[in-house]
Design a protein around this ligand. Structure first.
Ligand SMILES: C[S@@+](CC[C@H](N)C(=O)[O-])C[C@H]1O[C@@H](n2cnc3c(N)ncnc32)[C@H](O)[C@@H]1O
Length: 247
């Protein structure tokens, strides 16, 4: 009796392993969940947001020797565009996908592009405090499937808490007076605690915005909402935490 039951359990265990193998094999790498990842799609273009890059070049105070971070740089087009707008800047691109960073490095070497460096990372935890003059986070803190499939909630794909944590750390990495450029996100920066340390300096024209949907602090859809604020300057003065937000 004991050996019958033990044989049965072995068969169940083998069947379970088989199902797990088939399930994993049927998923492409892009479908596998990866800790900390937001946008799984890597679409990018050369000079993709000229209006935003021009704004940043005109509004960064220390343009000559500035330090810029492109967070979620994909295959490097954003970094190479920034190279043209900020010829003397030190520019770092980071992306969660090692394949993307390998492509960025090859492109920089092949094109003999100086003053750019790249790293694999899913957040800015390893970056120094009060270091960057500008952080560009464009089409990263979102997930394309939420708009495509009409999601009513954004979790478990992405979560407000993680968005808030990531942008909060951008605040740490920026110098006082530095610029944060945040475009195409599924959350509003104004809903985060970090927003208290920033003022809005640019609102996009509605036609410049992608048609991505927005979710609230509770990860529920905010129907028919548009959020036009895209550039934020880090305050130079310390603000009491009870002060009202002005965005
Ligand atoms: C649609 S591309 C945007 C590329 C570029 N910023 C642009 O706007 O053209 C999104 C990129 O964000 C990267 N990404 C997603 N989550 C990330 C994370 N937590 N940390 C760093 N990169 C991330 C993806 O690997 C992908 O390359």
């Amino acid at each position: 009796m004991r050996s019958l039951s033990s044989n049965f359990m072995k068969r169940v265990s083998r069947a379970r392993q088989h199902v797990q193998r088939v399930f994993s094999a049927s998923q492409s790498p892009a479908e596998l969940p990866q800790a900390g990842r937001f946008q799984p799609y890597t679409h990018t273009l050369p000079n993709r947001y000229p209006w935003l890059f021009k704004f940043a070049a005109a509004n960064l105070t220390n343009t000559d020797a500035c330090r810029l971070l492109s967070f979620g740089c994909s295959r490097g087009d954003e970094v190479f565009a920034l190279r043209d707008y900020f010829p003397a800047a030190d520019i770092k691109g980071i992306d969660i996908a090692p394949d993307n960073i390998a492509i960025c490095r090859t492109r920089a070497l092949d094109g003999d592009i100086a003053g750019v460096r790249f790293a694999v990372a899913s957040n800015t935890g390893a970056e120094p405090s009060a270091y960057y003059d500008g952080i560009f986070c464009l089409a990263v803190l979102c997930h394309g499937d939420l708009s495509t499939y009409g999601a009513q909630r954004c979790d478990p794909l992405i979560r407000f808490e993680e968005f808030s944590r990531i942008v909060g750390d951008f605040g740490r990495c920026l110098k006082p007076g530095g610029l944060l450029l945040l475009l195409t996100t599924n959350f509003r920066f104004c809903d985060t605690e970090a927003a208290r340390s920033f003022v809005v300096v640019l609102e996009a024209e509605p036609e410049w915005l992608a048609r991505d949907v927005l979710f609230g602090r509770d990860n529920r859809l905010l129907p028919d909402q548009k959020y036009r604020a895209v550039a934020f300057r880090k305050r130079t003065e310390i603000r009491p935490s009870h002060a009202p937000l002005d965005m």
